[in-house]
Write a protein that binds this ligand. Structure first.
Ligand code: ADP
Length: 255
């Protein structure tokens, strides 16, 4: 971790030339008592995951495939805010390192020119009202030159959008520095999302977009706001009613 200026995040790095999923590796490390801030990074993941078992394409050498271990003293219901904070940290890091302007698609993706550049998958180990640990997985398509059939229309990389290649190390370091600072602020504010609301909304493209909400029920809606708890406020197309959508429960199409 030469040149890394964080206090905790990335002080211990488990590096894999190839692995199934970094979230899975880090989970084992966490169960063995791994320290907060430990990260797992892989050159290539053979079984990268999205939410609900969806596949995450993570070819060798082209991206940043990493997971971060956190041990916050928070309720399990508060952990989804960490996904939002990771999104904000990555978005700010990419802006600073590349000069591009990616946007956050609530709750867990970052888009560039309406295509998916980053995916974030937060998983936790908890019982009742106690959180044992949280793993934040971050996949960033950096120098990827092509995607497999079918993904090409929805996925993109920094290289594909700008024609330039970028240092994965510099981006990774800046993500860790930014995320650590937001995480410390989050803990200091007693795990409230409210102090981040303005910053998050500024980078979020979902507000004012038409979205399809895929949850217990599927419906079309207009996204209108984000609450101080980090939930999405939408107005349903079918009945004009306002609803609050929780990030753990849904996928959004569009936005
Ligand atoms: P969503 O946030 O849309 O619900 P997930 O978080 O579950 O999606 O992420 C998995 C989805 O991301 C896959 O189904 C696929 O469409 C897309 N995907 C897979 N690999 C990549 C990649 N490297 N870059 C961008 N998108 C990808």
């Amino acid at each position: 971790a030469q040149g890394l200026s964080t206090k905790k995040l990335g002080r211990t790095i488990c590096f894999y030339k190839e692995t199934t999923t970094t979230n899975g590796c880090l989970r084992e490390i966490a169960l063995d008592g791994g320290d907060e801030g430990t990260i797992a990074v892989a050159e290539r993941m053979t079984a990268g995951r999205g939410r609900r078992g969806r596949h995450w394409e993570a070819p060798a050498g082209s991206g940043i495939w990493m997971s971060i271990l956190l041990r916050p003293n928070i309720f399990p219901s508060e952990a989804s805010v960490l996904t939002l904070l990771a999104g904000l940290a990555v978005c700010q890091a990419l802006e600073a390192e590349t000069g591009l302007s990616p946007k956050i698609k609530w709750p867990n993706d970052i888009l560039l020119n309406e295509k998916k550049l980053v995916g974030i998958l937060t998983e936790m180990d908890c019982e009742m009202q106690q959180t044992h640990f949280v793993i934040v997985g971050i996949g960033i398509n950096v120098n990827t030159t092509e995607f497999p059939e079918g993904l090409g229309d929805i996925a993109t990389s920094l290289y594909l959008e700008s024609g330039r290649t970028f240092s994965r190390k510099n981006i990774l370091q800046r993500v860790l520095v930014n995320f650590e600072s937001l995480y410390e602020e989050f803990i200091a504010s007693h795990s409230s999302f409210a102090p981040f609301l303005f910053r998050y909304k500024e980078k979020c493209s979902t507000i004012n977009q038409e979205v399809k909400v895929l949850g217990k029920e599927t419906f079309f809606a207009q996204a209108v706001d984000i609450t101080p708890e980090g939930e999405l406020v939408v107005i349903r197309k079918d009945n004009g009613k306002q609803e609050v959508v929780f990030s753990g429960e849904v996928s959004i199409r569009g936005g």
